[in-house]
Design a binder for this molecule. Structure first.
Ligand code: SF4
Ligand code: SF4
Length: 167
């Protein structure tokens, strides 16, 4: 990938470092231990925590926050446990995600989860079928009604997040 210096955002790394979890970004000396430890990397070679960190340090804001790769981190903490520089990479990935959200980039999988919460008050719909299965193993039936108070909490949370992005 060719880098055009004019497109780099020098403030991006500081923006990430101001987020909780992003404080130790500049400690990275690019050893690659995080990438070698990452189980997501094993499945998809395009996911590369070391590369995401280098791109962030360089100021490749658009490429980082608009890419879906940062969202692939499963927060398993394998990299964080092994990093010789204590960069706290898992927390850093969350810091980058926070910046992405504030800039209006939210992965569709997260918006789908919010929609499910609003529609079903859970991450998936519970209907007669699920309740019959619960009954079979002696569990009480779950309420299938969407709770208005719950929808309000989600709406307040989402609008609070969006307001937080207006810096
Ligand atoms: S393991 Fe730590 S120091 Fe090494 S590349 Fe990853 S973040 Fe940087
Ligand atoms: S926390 Fe994220 S980046 Fe680190 S090893 Fe796990 S999946 Fe990979």
């Amino acid at each position: 990938m060719a880098i055009n210096v004019k497109d780099l955002d020098r403030d991006f790394k500081y923006q990430v470092m101001r987020e909780p979890g992003g404080e130790y970004l500049s400690r990275c000396f690019a050893c690659g231990t995080c990438t070698a430890s990452c189980p997501v990397r094993e499945i998809d070679e395009r996911f590369n925590p070391r590369k995401i960190i280098r791109m962030t340090l360089l100021g490749m804001k658009k490429e980082v926050i608009e890419s879906e790769f940062v969202w692939l981190c499963t927060a398993c903490y394998m990299c964080q446990e092994r990093c010789p520089q204590d960069v706290k990479i898992t927390d850093l990935m969350n810091a980058i995600k926070n910046v992405a959200v504030k800039e209006g980039f939210i992965h569709p999988s997260y918006t789908a989860q919010v929609e499910a919460l609003k529609n079903f008050s859970r991450l998936y719909e519970v209907g007669e079928f699920e309740n019959k299965k619960r009954q079979k193993i002696g569990l009480p039936a779950l309420d299938t009604e969407t709770k208005k108070e719950f929808v309000q909490v989600i709406d307040d949370y989402v609008s609070g997040l969006l307001k937080g992005g207006e810096e």
